[in-house]
Design a protein around this ligand. Structure first.
Ligand SMILES: [Fe+2]
Ligand SMILES: [Fe+2]
Length: 389
């Protein structure tokens, strides 16, 4: 058995034993000791081991761990919001035990899975030197490097848009595949990376924008402490939010200047058209349909479409709305230059409480400032350009 596999096996055994025996019981202590020993053995070769759990897939460093194919803990950890597990050098025995307690609390709460439990889970996790998924408070930050080009994802999104245009449907399987791949790109390194695409060629249906909004929506959902499956459904919603644009006449979509009233009215149909396409495609895509419909509705009820009966929008819609505007401001348009990160964040902050949910804006601002070194701007030459690198 390889060292990482031996550690994960002992780690799972310790968690299972801890659910059976209270603190101080010899069986519990033995199981924790055994897992701690395995960790020390592992760290003798690899001082900072890193595991990534994505559904059934386990990645150790950058390599998939195939020996643990039937290990059901990966999915459980992922669903509990633990997708990345990284140990710093010299973790103490006590610290290791309290980390196991935290993991167990997360697993238990995710099994109950009420919104109350999520709140609790969000506020009660403290890992210290054992870091689970780059905490936004984590310091010091290091420059991220990534090896993904996202070329295939761009092609898949273009294919999705073509299907929506020609056949009027979107495929859940393909959308899920793109989001899973983006998740992998974001979690491939030691820290979370936010890959932002900038394609040089003309992008009539906003392919890059859709991918960027998906990435931002997932990063923001993670920063809010949402579970892995929720993060990915927010990602799918972000990816498909503008799919209705395939039904807007091309001359309106690509018009460089200001819209006439008639053109504006046509453009404003894309949320409802998007929701229609998604609803006609797959029953399981109900959240993306809601988000497509609501992503231009402001917190104060303004925007489009106008709701006949005023109600609160879904959390995912408010989140995608913030990410949508942030990405749009950061992109060069025919009539204006791209805004700097600070200017775009300042704009969102100024409209928090009116147009945008202020709590979401505050989290995005904090996330973008702290994670700035982790933003990898990717061009279509397939070479990621990392600031500072
Ligand atoms: Fe839109
Ligand atoms: Fe958009």
């Amino acid at each position: 058995m390889s060292e990482p596999v031996a550690f994960l096996t002992a780690f799972a055994h310790a968690l299972a034993t801890m659910t059976l025996y209270a603190g101080g019981h010899p069986a519990r202590e033995l199981a924790i000791d055994a897992a701690y020993c395995e960790l020390q053995d592992l760290q003798a070769d690899t001082p900072r081991p890193l595991f990534t759990f994505l559904g059934d897939e386990i990645v150790y460093g950058r390599l998939p761990l195939r020996e643990l194919k039937a290990w059901d803990w990966s999915r459980r950890l992922d669903q509990a919001g633990i997708q990345r597990l990284e140990f710093e050098d010299r973790v103490g025995r006590e610290e290791f035990e309290s980390f196991l307690d935290d993991v167990l609390a997360r697993l238990t709460l995710s099994a109950i899975d009420t919104s109350e439990a999520r709140q609790l889970r969000r506020s009660s996790i403290r890992y210290g030197t054992v870091a689970v998924r780059g905490d936004v408070d984590e310091q010091p930050l290091q420059t991220a490097t990534i090896t993904y080009s996202l070329g295939e994802e761009v092609d898949t999104v273009r294919w999705l848009q073509e299907e929506a245009k020609v056949r009027g449907v979107v495929s859940l399987t393909e959308a899920e595949a793109v989001v899973r791949s983006l998740t992998l790109a974001m979690h491939a390194g030691r820290h979370l990376v936010i890959p932002m695409l900038q394609l040089k060629e003309f992008d009539q249906y906003t392919t890059t924008h859709s991918l960027n909004v998906a990435v931002l929506a997932m990063a923001l959902a993670e920063a809010l402490g949402l579970s892995g499956p929720d993060v990915r459904s927010f990602g799918i919603a972000g990816l498909l939010h503008d799919i209705g644009k395939v039904r807007i006449p091309l001359e309106v979509l690509i018009k460089p200047g200001k819209f006439t009233d008639a053109e504006r009215a046509l453009m404003n149909r894309h949320p409802a058209e998007g929701a229609r396409i998604i609803l006609e495609s797959e029953e399981q895509l109900d959240l993306p349909a809601v988000v497509a419909y609501e992503h231009h509705i402001m917190l104060n009820g303004g925007g489009d479409p106008t709701l006949t009966f005023r109600r609160d929008c879904h959390q995912a819609s408010k989140l995608v709305h913030v990410c949508d505007v942030y990405d749009a401001l950061g992109t060069t348009r025919p009539y204006r230059e791209a805004w700097s990160q600070e200017r775009a964040l300042g704009y969102l902050e100024g409209r928090g409480g009116l147009e945008f949910d202020p709590e979401l804006v505050a989290t995005l601002v904090r996330m973008m400032r702290v994670w700035e070194p982790h933003i990898a701007v990717m061009h279509d030459e397939h070479a990621p350009v990392v600031p500072g690198a």
